[in-house]
Ligand binder design. Structure first.
Ligand SMILES: NC(=O)c1ccc[n+]([C@@H]2O[C@H](COP(=O)([O-])OP(=O)(O)OC[C@H]3O[C@@H](n4cnc5c(N)ncnc54)[C@H](OP(=O)(O)O)[C@@H]3O)[C@@H](O)[C@H]2O)c1
Length: 264
């Protein structure tokens, strides 16, 4: 995605991948300064370690306690979380606006934190129900995001009863669990698909495959559903802008991403 963008803009830049062991993130980050790199992305499982290793945090990184993009500014490591922007922009581009009063969020892992913060700071949202397999994690996330955003966050287990109750009056359902992700492509995070109905918006942040079982279930029941590719494109586009100061060629990036995903 980034190399395609550098190529089309005729930039002599390159994006490369490095495997870094847990516990080595701080050293890796010091290394990028020494190597004269402009910045990096950080992915699972290192976003939390990057959060505690950078010199400066932006508000989104602080709120989510996760850093997915680092920019070297005047010799200092500045940590961003562009997943928040990526998710918000993907919702807007899908036409999911204005957001409804009530949103149901499935999951309480790293990505769910970015999604919860993005939703909790969006205009119009009054209540967010967070359902997770491990209920204590939903409780922690709901309490913390409620405090950070001032919105009502209610936790619960990811059970059929809790889902049916949560979906009553909800206009948007977001999956931020990893259920349905390759190779588990025949699984859906929903204990019951009965909650899907015409008029409901469904956003699945899983992007491999681009059309998950949840997206297919939702469309089959008349809901409007979108997969996670756009969130990935827009978090990348934001990082591109932060590193280069240039307008990202979003369509080129999207095409390169879809080609790479199709190649799996
Ligand atoms: N589109 C994008 O740009 C984007 C960005 C970031 C992440 N993602 C995707 O988002 C997904 C989650 O990533 P993450 O970083 O948040 O992972 P994570 O921190 O490991 O969290 C995983 C979440 O999925 C839940 N889960 C896992 N297996 C489950 C199962 N069998 N049944 C019910 N719940 C289950 C976990 O519940 P427990 O708490 O009970 O373990 C937890 O809430 C991944 O598929 C990732 O690729 C997409």
């Amino acid at each position: 995605m980034h190399n395609a963008a550098f190529g089309v803009l005729g930039m002599d830049w390159i994006y490369v991948a490095f495997d870094v062991l847990p516990g080595e993130v701080r050293k890796a980050l010091e290394g990028i300064k020494a190597l004269g790199m402009r910045g990096i992305n950080v992915t699972v499982p290192h976003k939390g370690e990057a959060f505690t290793s950078v010199d400066v945090l932006t508000p989104e990184a602080e709120a989510t306690e996760a850093v997915n993009t680092v920019v070297v500014e005047d010799g200092r490591l500045v940590g961003y979380n562009t997943d928040v922007y990526g998710f918000r922009r993907a919702l807007m581009e899908a036409g999911f606006r204005p957001l409804p009063d009530k949103v149901v969020l499935l999951g309480a892992g790293g990505a769910a934190r970015a999604v919860a913060y993005a939703i909790g700071t969006s205009e119009g949202v009054e209540e967010v129900v967070v359902l997770n397999r491990t209920e204590e994690r939903a409780e922690r996330l709901a309490e913390e995001m409620g405090m950070r955003t001032g919105r009502k966050f209610l936790p619960g287990p990811l059970s059929e009863d809790a889902l049916v109750e949560a979906m009553d009056g909800a206009g948007l359902l977001v999956n931020a669990t990893s259920v349905g992700m390759h190779p588990d492509v025949d699984s859906s995070p929903l204990p019951s698909a009965e909650v899907l109905r015409p008029g409901l918006w469904v956003y699945d942040i899983v992007y491999v495959p681009p059309r998950t079982k949840l997206v297919r279930q939702a469309e089959g029941r008349g809901a409007k559903a979108v997969g996670g590719t756009d969130m990935l494109v827009y978090q990348g586009a934001r990082a591109f802008r932060l590193w280069t100061g240039l307008e990202p060629p979003v369509e080129v990036m999207r095409r390169a991403l879809l080609e790479a995903l199709g190649a799996r």
